[in-house]
Design a binder for this molecule. Structure first.
Ligand SMILES: Nc1ncnc2c1ncn2[C@@H]1O[C@H](COP(=O)(O)OP(=O)(O)OP(=O)(O)O)[C@@H](O)[C@H]1O
Ligand SMILES: [Mg+2]
Length: 298
């Protein structure tokens, strides 16, 4: 049987992007890019979001692709954001089929119908992409946002990227790993914290460097401080978009706080079991009560 420390090491590396996944993401990106270029005036496009920052959890889904529109599409900025999303949705339906495409608040999702095995492994495949139409604005972007009154959200992915790089450096290279693990906790609980980007934004403030050296305690403490600070308003770190915490109402926040505290308590229980020499039981608590099937037992 492996030790809990070894299990965390294995878990950490399971949440890293593999070469096969990056190849698949790149192949799919090219395919979507080539197709969209036949339908729209696309000036530039790139993979972004948590995928680009290495803060995405596994299995790999909703990889963000920004599709920056050129002059010929500018007229769409003067119409409702839903119209632009609908145009992208219709185009992508043509290529991928009705059942694979759905519209979100700021993007259009293309789901490739990839399945996972019992360990939540996709065999190196990306499950879905979020295609985000964007317009340039000064040195950043403007994207449709059907949940805001203006209908558009300004965003600067480069600032988000730089902040994550800086945090990672200050945290001895372990900050992104903790964000990925905590997002895995969130996914395993049915996503009580929405959006999962909020976990990353809160981590910028709540994870105090240096890294304490032990994932067990880092996770236990981080889940507890997420619960303690979830009622606050969390601004876009680039100070451009709406608060990242705007997607949960009080009911959702209260439910998420309960889950977060349960997660932290389960971590405390697992740590206690390990201290008592009950290694197998400790591993099972981390797997069944915290992270789910990607946390290894052997
Ligand atoms: N409120 C916001 N204001 C400005 N930019 C935002 C806001 N919310 C998200 N973004 C930007 O859009 C990107 C994509 O959003 P998304 O919700 O997919 O988050 P993510 O970081 O990619 O997390 P996930 O792992 O859940 O995909 C974010 O990474 C961030 O750069
Ligand atoms: Mg994303």
């Amino acid at each position: 049987m492996i030790t809990v420390a070894e299990a965390f090491k294995k878990f950490r590396s399971r949440l890293e992007l593999s070469d096969r996944e990056q190849d698949d993401a790149s192949r799919r990106h090219n395919e979507i890019r080539d197709f969209l270029k036949t339908m729209f005036d696309v000036e530039n496009d790139f993979l972004t979001g948590s995928y680009k920052r290495w803060t995405k959890t596994k299995p790999l889904k909703d990889v963000d692709i920004f599709c920056v529109l050129g002059q010929k599409e500018r007229h769409r900025r003067d119409k409702p954001p839903g119209d632009l999303l609908k145009a992208f949705e219709d185009a992508l339906v043509e290529k991928y089929g009705r059942d694979k495409v759905s519209r979100q608040r700021r993007s259009v999702t293309v789901d490739f119908g990839v399945t996972t095995n019992e360990d939540e492994d996709t065999g190196g495949k990306v499950m879905s992409f979020d295609v985000v139409p964007a317009f340039t604005k000064n040195n950043h972007y403007e994207i449709p946002d059907t949940s805001t009154t203006s209908g558009w959200t300004e965003t600067n992915p480069q600032v988000h990227h730089d902040l994550a790089v800086e945090a990672q450096k200050k945290y001895d290279g372990e900050w992104k790993g903790i964000v990925r693990m905590t997002k895995k906790w969130n996914a395993n609980q049915g996503k009580p914290v929405k959006p999962s980007f909020l976990i990353e934004v809160m981590a910028l403030e709540l994870l105090h460097p240096p890294f304490g050296g032990d994932y067990r305690f880092e996770i236990k403490a981080f889940l507890a401080s997420l619960a303690d600070r979830l009622d606050e308003t969390w601004a876009d770190p680039a100070r451009l978009g709406p608060p990242v915490s705007d997607a949960m109402d009080q009911v959702a926040r209260d439910a998420a706080k309960i889950k977060l505290r349960q997660g932290s308590d389960a971590a405390a229980k697992a740590i206690q079991l390990e201290r008592q020499g009950k290694n197998g039981e400790a591993l099972r608590v981390w797997r069944t009560e915290v992270f789910g099937p990607m946390f290894p037992l052997s």
